[in-house]
Design a protein around this ligand. Structure first.
Ligand code: PCA
Length: 213
């Protein structure tokens, strides 16, 4: 059996996406008796949900953790809920789609809760010295979209697979690069960041707590 882990490709102003880096790093690792199978999803409103559904059909996973970048957040954000909204804000997707105030599934319910044990995951991360919190909004871009549409799909198919979404902050390298590209010696602010190894450990622990309780 496998754990399914997804990250996202870079998007918007970002040349890198730590979620893709963590996914690559953990691919093939054994965690709590199951192998992680990692995949990097396109940041495209028209494609992502379908790709996730194919991955679920192919892998029949024990647990699903989707991840993405939330630049500006200071720790690991374990998301509570996906809402029925596509709105790209100021960041078109990688195919230049710009949905505004749209529904993901027009005739469907307003939201779906993540089915990972989000509070236990955050407690475990905090005990390990990893800054983390339960977040009450995954936004309205692709990260929210994959949480909502995957949970909707799992419920429609009556698949009892724990699934949730974890937002990751910038890496120190990304934060440094951003200041370097700007006006860093004249009082610029610096994005909060966490090392890639700490981010990867957070995702390992998320699977562990999900499987072992
Ligand atoms: N973060 C964006 C989309 C892709 C990603 O990594 C988000 O938070 O919705």
């Amino acid at each position: 059996m496998t754990h399914l882990l997804t990250g996202y490709e870079p998007f918007g102003d970002h040349d890198e996406n730590p979620s893709a880096m963590v996914a690559r790093e953990l691919d093939g690792e054994q965690v709590a008796g199951h192998e992680i199978s990692s995949h990097v999803l396109p940041v495209e409103f028209d494609r992502t949900a379908g790709e996730m559904q194919s991955l679920i059909k192919t892998h029949d996973p024990t647990a699903i953790v989707a991840t993405g970048l939330a630049a500006g957040r200071a720790g690991i954000s374990v998301e509570r809920i996906g809402i029925n909204v596509n709105d790209c804000g100021s960041t078109p997707d990688n195919a230049d789609a710009e949905p505004r105030n749209e529904r993901i599934r027009p005739d469907n319910q307003a939201g779906y809760f993540a089915t990972l044990p989000i509070v236990s995951v955050v407690e475990e991360l905090l005990e390990r010295g990893i800054p983390a919190h339960v977040s009450n909004t995954a936004g309205t871009h692709l990260c929210n979209n994959i949480l909502y549409s995957t949970r909707a799909y799992l419920e429609a198919k009556k698949l009892n697979i724990p699934m949730g979404f974890v937002h990751l902050p910038c890496t120190p390298g990304m934060a440094a690069q951003q200041v370097h590209d700007g006006n860093g010696t004249s009082g610029a602010s610096v994005q909060p960041s966490l090392s890639l190894s700490m981010q990867a450990e957070a995702i390992r622990r998320t699977f562990k707590v999900t499987v072992n309780g």
